[in-house]
Design a protein around this ligand. Structure first.
Ligand SMILES: [Zn+2]
Length: 234
């Protein structure tokens, strides 16, 4: 499947669904990552971008796109929606992961709302949480027990953010262990990533419905011209 993970800042994707992505990449799925800002509000944008590139390689992403929106300046609107839609189409995403609609950070909320609109033709959209997300209501659980250490390693790549309390591995592992307990699965499952369902479509045999028709992409031509500044890495 084609899986697109969207994050407002470098490290959001890794914190929210890094375990799932690492596992999915190892299983041969195509992982795409799209980050809207370079995190200039809490660090050197160039350093944070290079950490993101390293992390995407560690995860095994097929493609990473890093956009140029201003950190803390994200607002729900056509600009954000069009950019997200452009990369949804570039990745032919069967599943999109994004922030939670009720997240405490306004950049995160803007990305979540924009993804819902930009992803209107995407069959499956899920929200992830990070350790400081509040009012998160998980509906879908995914076992990451065997890749938990790898998830921590991917987050440790972000050395520039070491002062952030929630980047400490005990918070990240603690959240995963709590979600594993809450999922009431079996005792061999020790670490879980939890998700809110924004949209989920089953096929007739109850598998996840894949992305199907190429819809008219009116934004693509216009954005192709402006896309030069975007960091694209594999
Ligand atoms: Zn963030």
């Amino acid at each position: 499947m084609n899986i697109l993970a969207i994050g407002a800042h470098p490290d959001d994707i890794e914190l929210g669904c890094g375990g799932l992505l690492i596992r999915a990449a190892r299983q041969g799925h195509n992982i795409f990552m799209y980050t809207l800002t370079r995190g200039g509000a809490s660090g050197d944008p160039a350093q944070r971008t290079s950490e993101l590139v390293r992390s995407a390689r560690f995860i095994g992403a097929k493609r990473l796109w890093v956009d140029n929106f201003g950190d803390t300046k994200l607002v729900l609107g056509s600009d954000l929606i069009n950019h997200i839609e452009y990369f949804i189409n570039r990745s032919s995403a069967d599943i999109v992961f994004t922030h939670s609609l009720g997240d405490t950070h306004h950049d995160h909320r803007a990305v979540a709302s924009s993804t819902v609109e930009a992803g209107r033709f995407v069959p499956n959209i899920l929200s992830y949480e990070i350790p400081v997300t509040r009012d998160f209501k998980p509906q879908l659980y995914y076992d990451i027990s065997d890749v938990m250490d790898d998830k921590i390693e991917s987050i440790n790549i972000f050395w520039s953010q070491k002062s952030k309390m929630f980047l400490k591995s005990n918070a990240i592992r603690g959240l995963a262990e709590y979600r594993a307990l809450q999922s009431r699965l079996n005792t061999s499952i020790t670490c879980v990533e939890a998700f809110e369902v924004l949209k989920l479509c089953f096929s007739k045999d109850f598998a996840l419905l894949p992305f199907s028709s190429p819809h008219e992409d009116s934004t693509r031509k216009e954005l192709d011209l402006a896309i030069e500044d975007i960091v694209e890495a594999t």
